[in-house]
Design a protein. Structure first.
Length: 143
């Protein structure tokens, strides 16, 4: 009798639908893309806010790259850009502002002799989120 219970459990599991089918039955691709975009956008916004906090709380970090006087202004610009990026109504402006910010970060990394891999990867993620949230964003830039 004890041996029958696992067989029943296996039979019941064999008739269960695949988890991927369950997810895609309830959510179409557009909703999945929007969810992924929100998750990445939230993570990027948290990253930018943490970075801005570091610039505000540790001025020596900005002095090391000879931008000590500009640390507060850069941090405020980073916060504003990240929040504009997160808000759906203004995310296009946030995308453009974060792109220019990351372009400056890439230049600072290049002139400092450090790797540009991280700022370039973050820039790519910003544009991936921009595409997932607004697929027609690139078409509107052409017009």
């Amino acid at each position: 009798m004890v041996a029958d219970k696992p067989k029943i459990r296996l039979i019941a599991m064999a008739h269960m639908p695949d988890y991927k089918q369950l997810i895609f039955k309830k959510m179409n691709k557009e909703k999945v893309f929007k969810l992924v975009a929100w998750i990445i956008a939230g993570a990027l916004t948290a990253l930018y806010l943490f970075s801005a906090y570091g610039k505000l709380s540790n001025p020596a970090q900005m002095e090391a790259i000879k931008l000590g006087d500009w640390g507060t202004i850069i941090a405020i610009g980073e916060i504003v850009s990240a929040l504009l990026f997160l808000i759906p109504f203004t995310n296009k402006y946030g995308t453009l502002l974060l792109s220019s910010y990351m372009g400056g970060a890439i230049i600072i990394h290049m002139t400092g002799g450090t790797s540009i891999l991280m700022p370039a990867l973050i820039l790519v993620l910003v544009w991936v989120v921009a595409y997932l949230r607004n697929p027609d964003f690139f078409c509107k830039l052409k017009k």
